[in-house]
Design a protein around this ligand. Sequence first.
Ligand SMILES: [Zn+2]
Length: 320
Amino acid sequence: MKYSLLFLAAFANVAASAAEPPYTFIEGKVPEDVQPDGNSIVFEGPNEILVIDTGRHPEHTDKIIAIAKARKKPITAIINTHWHLDHATGNARIRSAYPGAKLYTSTAVEGALKGFLIRNVEKAKARLEDPSLPEARKADTRLYLNAINDPANLIPDQPVKGTMSVKLGERELKLHLAKYAATEGDVWVHDPASKTVFVGDLVVVPLPFFDTGCAEGWRQVLAEIDRVDFQTLVPGHGLPMDHATFSSYRSAFDAFTACAESSQPTASCVATWIQKGAPFVAMHPDPKYSEPALAYYVDQVLRVPAKRAEYCGKPNETTR
Ligand SMILES: [Zn+2]
C-alpha cells in the first residue's frame, strides 16, 4: 500500500510537470472605465527572473515584483514586445525595485516618442485640470505623462535589431523582430523548449488593434509565426491559445485586411471579422464592442493614406 501511494505521488508529479508551463502568465485586465494592461509572462532562471511586458497599472506590475520577491531572485531582464504603454509603463516600477534589469526591445519607441506618444501631451495636461474627470482616468493620465517623461525606461539598452538569443540557465529564448506590423518594430519571443511563442499585440483578442499598425508587415509576420513549431501562443491581450486557433486568427486577419485594402464597403469588412473571427469576438464581455472598433480601424486607419505611410514606413506614399 505504502509503495503504491508513493508511486502514485511520483506519477502525479510527472503528470503535473508535463502539463504545467515553465512560466507564470499574468493576465492583463481590460476594465471598462480605464486603460487596459497587456499580459505579462514571468520566467524563473536558476538565479534570476525575466519578464515579458510589464503592464501599465502599478497593481499589475506589482504582481510581477511579488513573484521575484517570493522566489528571492532579482529581475535581470525585461523584454518589451512593443512600446505601447499598456506593455511598457511598468518598466520604471520594476527598474526602481531592480535597477540592474536590462531592457530588450526594438528601437521603434524612439520614433514614437517624437510622434504618436507626444501628440496627446497637451490634451492630457488639460484632462488633469478637468474637475469632471473621474480620478481613475486622471491616474491613467499621470501614468502616461510620467512614462513619456522618463524615456530611459522605454528605450532599450539591449536593442533588438534582428533575431537574437537570451539565455536563462539552460533555456534559450529566441527574440525575433517584425518590422512595420502592430508597431514599427514588434519583438516576438519563441521558447523552443516549451514550444511556446509570446507575440505581444501581434495577436489580440477580440480583434487586432490597428492604432499604429501596418497590414502588410503584420500579415507577413503572422505567416512567419505560423511556420514555427509551437503548441501554445500567448497573445498581448486575452488567454493563451493553441496553434490551430492561431491559424484561424491569421486567416481571419488576412481576410479582414484584404477587404480593407479593396473597395468593398466598410460593413463587409466588419462582417468578415465578425464571421471569421467569431471565436475571438465572443471572448470579449461586451458583444457590442467589436463592430464599431472594426469600422473605426477600416475607415480611420487602414484606408487613410497618411496613416498607411506613417505606420508602414513609406513616407513618400500618397495614394493607396
Ligand atoms: Zn496592448
